[in-house]
Write a protein that binds this ligand. Structure first.
Ligand SMILES: *Cc1c(COP(=O)(O)O)cnc(C)c1O
Length: 354
């Protein structure tokens, strides 16, 4: 969180303007700040990441019942968004080292009903955007990225928001950059700006006519003010996380049965998560999680179960064996800016005591 006084100072003008939501001055300032930070001309702000993703999907007006290819190794929000837009999720397996959509499995899943691909930059690991783009272009498919984990990542010199037809970011309190609750869709096609303005405001156009069955997904001034403050400190937030993440790597790398995400040579990291895969280690993932919990350390089974093992999406999970396997072995260790070296060491000592 920003300093209490810094936030209070930021919201002071709201007591003069009495403008609390609906595209106020804070909302517009945050939008400009984010355009600069993310290096993209199109940014639309939303009440949360989930509604931003639903808006991104619905903006392309796909035929009802069309298929959207995504992966089961994601937060269930990704798949619910597809379903709630009246479309059918189709699950593609993931790559074993980055945990993102495996493009070599994509072609076999494309049918005449496929309208889009919705890959996820899991843990901030950037998808194979070139290969996904190439396949999508060949088949005339839209590409919408769930970039909820990838705020601020630069890949091959380009901001992550510039890939595909649209990218969704989540600004939930648990994310690297947050507005308490909030989210955004980023895009390069300037036509989309007005469309998102309509979608998130009940489908009402500037003349007050309802042209779309929109809901309410607007970001308030208080949330935007939190974002303005947090964005001022984002670089030091990420730098502090980096220190903690590097300590974890120093302690855990090279240990038998402990697999860490590879360090990418084409993309920066925002150090959003510290995923560890236990494969052939002296203890199972769940035992390690329980032991950490006994010591008041909250590590998350994130993502577990895979979405296609959850009851409303359940299918034969052997269709996506890699996602199934990783979901059963991954644990996300605590990672946040104020996590000091002594605490990281304590957590690693518990793990390595097995
Ligand atoms: C957080 C998250 C979402 C949902 O974002 P909210 O802002 O919480 O609505 C969607 N997808 C992924 C991968 C996420 O991590």
């Amino acid at each position: 969180m920003p300093g209490f006084d810094e936030y209070c100072e930021e919201i002071r003008d709201l007591w003069d303007s009495r403008w609390l939501t609906n595209k106020g001055a804070k909302h517009e300032k945050l939008r400009e700040d984010l355009k600069r930070y993310l290096g993209i001309s199109g940014v639309s702000l939303f009440a949360n990441g989930h509604l931003a993703l639903e808006a991104a999907i619905s903006a392309f007006e796909f035929a009802p019942g069309s298929e959207v290819i995504t992966t089961p190794f994601t937060f269930v929000s990704t798949v619910n968004a597809i379903k709630r837009c009246g479309l059918k999720p189709v699950f593609c397996d993931i790559d074993r080292s980055t945990y993102t959509l495996d493009p070599s499995k994509l072609d076999a899943l494309i049918t005449e009903r496929t309208c889009a691909v919705l890959p996820v930059h899991v843990y901030g690991n950037i998808c194979d955007t070139e290969e996904i783009d190439r396949i999508a272009k060949k088949h005339g498919l839209k590409v919408i990225y769930d970039a909820a984990h990838a705020f601020g990542v630069i890949c091959n010199g380009k901001g992550v928001a510039s890939f595909g037809d649209a990218s969704m970011f989540s600004f939930h309190a648990t994310k690297v950059f947050h507005t308490v609750e909030g989210g955004a869709v980023c895009y390069s096609d300037s036509e989309l700006a007005n469309k998102f303005g309509v979608i998130k405001n009940f489908g009402l156009n500037p003349k007050g006519d309802c042209v779309y069955t929109g809901g309410n997904a607007k970001m308030s001034e208080f949330h935007a003010a939190m974002g303005i403050c947090n964005l001022r400190h984002i670089d030091s937030e990420i730098a502090k996380r980096k220190t903690a993440a590097e300590r974890y790597r120093y302690r855990l790398s090279g240990k038998d049965g402990i697999i860490l995400s590879p360090i990418s040579d084409r993309a920066t990291s925002n150090y959003a998560y510290m995923p560890v895969v236990f494969d052939g280690f002296t203890a199972e993932r769940d035992q390690i999680r329980d032991k950490l919990k006994e010591c008041s350390v909250l590590a998350r089974k994130y993502f577990y179960p895979a979405v296609n093992e959850m009851c409303i999406y359940a299918e034969d999970s052997e269709k996506t064996p890699v996602a199934h396997d990783i979901a059963s072995k991954v644990l996300c260790l605590p990672l946040y800016a104020d996590l000091d070296t002594a605490a990281v060491d304590e957590i690693c000592d518990i793990i390595l005591s097995f």
